[in-house]
Design a protein around this ligand. Sequence first.
Ligand code: ZN
Length: 201
Amino acid sequence: MSRILPIVQLGDPVLRARAGDVTPAALAEPQMQELIDAMRETMREAPGVGLAAPQIGLSLRLAVIEDRPATVEGLDPEARADRERAAVPFHVLVNPVLTVEDATPAHFFEGCLSLSGYVGVVGRALAVRVDCMDETGTPRVIRARGWYARILQHEIDHLSGVVYVDRMLTRTFMSAEECACHWADADLDEVLAALDANRAP
Ligand code: ZN
């Protein structure tokens, strides 16, 4: 039975540290599989589509990702198509290195389990490549576009002590509740214009 781990909130210095590599010896420890299981259950319970080790207080280059079919199928088809969002099976990133393959920015609201209750618009590269290992130490190359590429950029940022608020259009920062109330059906160009998102203070 896996534990649900507490998710640390912004302000905890672990979220601002550069995480250390997972060593082959650490990866082979039975506790590592228990940790990965606990991270998976914590992510599902939250619920979220990714969780990085610093978010549970561990400064390690380790993250889990899953975008479940039930979640994706429950979305408005137009919103899903705009975001290029498709289900992603559960997988583990160990010591990932991200390379942008298509820097065209896609702008959408995103949130973070470590800034619970808030969202902001972040421009993310449309396509990325990630070189990493899986939980067995096997090297993997991931090529991703759209929402999956966004999730990878968000989670791998956590491993460098970067949080989405560092990259967002600050005038789009808002409570998730107000976002659902005012902007749920708006397209992003409309949101950015209404909020005057590119205005300097
Ligand atoms: Zn996050």
